[in-house]
Each structure stands twice: as structure tokens, then as C-alpha cells.
Design a protein around this ligand. Sequence first.
Ligand SMILES: O=C(O)CCC(=O)C(=O)O
Ligand SMILES: [Fe+2]
Length: 203
Amino acid sequence: MKNYQQKSNAFSSDYLNKLWGEIHACPYFSVNNLNRDFVGTKGFSVVFQKSYIAQVEQQFPYFKPYLDLALLPNCNAFYLNPLLLKEGSRVDPHIDRSLRSYCKTIEPPLVVSVLYVRVPPDMQGGELVLRSHKRQLGQIRPQMNTLVYFQGDLTHSVNAVQTPGNRLSLVCEQYSLDEVELAEIPEFTIESRVAKSTQKKRK
Ligand SMILES: O=C(O)CCC(=O)C(=O)O
Ligand SMILES: [Fe+2]
């Protein structure tokens, strides 16, 4: 893929509303456990291998339309995370490599897909900035219902949101791993600040 591409009107507005509601209702949705680059954000993460996608869709049926559309057929491991930014939230420059906690030698994802589920009207700030080395390749102003794909090895950041309201994206790091690397990745697991023991009690 050449740096990045965008697909507007990716889903129905009913589906975007459903995603918004289900993500907020999900007991795993909490202050982010992603690294320090994520300032003032909320979310949770679903890690899975391609062959376990049926289990993911069973536990999170509302992710299925997104997965059907956004996942690349040549990828075999995924890190899916809903990400909520509010006024003052930002994401500092980073390269997505969230599976590194499971396999130290892992290369960046092939592609990262981002669906903008909700964006404050007339949002100031909140742009996704893409860079390769020091060169800026693009600055994307999130549009609700746009699905962005970018090359997984790009350094990127999200400018601080300067408008009240919610900027909710659904991000998926998509990896094409060799067998040795894939064996290190969980088949299907959830990463959340909300302890799993608490989860079980709540159910
Ligand atoms: O929401 C976005 O525009 C991108 C977020 C991001 O970089 C990430 O979740 O790793
Ligand atoms: Fe990222």
C-alpha cells in the first residue's frame, strides 16, 4: 500500500451508533492500558489470531461488520482497539507494535485500519498525522464513517483534541507473521485495565 488510503461512507449510520453504544457498554472499556503515548484516552484491546476470529465474533458480535470489511486477507494476527479521545486527549508519535509484548522480535504491522465512529462536529485538533522518518506524509482530519488504512511502519500521532465532545476510533493493527512469531501470540485474549477477575464477577 502506498502510505495511506481512505474509504468514506464505510458503514451505515445504524452500525456506527451500535458500535458507539456497545463499546461504551462493554465492561472492559476503561482508562487505557496502552503506553504513555496515549494521553487521556480510554479503550480496551482484543488480541487474536485469524483462526480464532469466530470466537472474537461470538464474544463481540458488534465488531463483525468491521472485521469483515477492514481485515486484510493476507494478515494472520490482529490487535483491535476502540480508542476514545476527549477534549485535551492526544496520542504522541509512535509506531504501532502492540504485539511486541508477546514477541520481542516482531516487525510493525503490515497495515493499520482506523474507522472513525464518532467525531465532534467542527472538531479542532484531533488530526491523525503520518510520518516516515522525519517527513510528514499526511495529516488526516477524521471524518465520521471514514475507514483509513495506513502502512503499519509509519510513525504517527494524534494532535490534541481542542473541542468538547468525543472522538471514537476503532483501530486494528494487522500483522502478517511467520509461524514462529505467530506461535508466541495469544489465540484470543483481552487486554483491559479492568481486571478479568472483576469481569467474571460482574457477569
Ligand atoms: O485514532 C486514530 O486516529 C489513531 C490512533 C492510534 O494511533 C492508535 O490507536 O494506535
Ligand atoms: Fe497508533
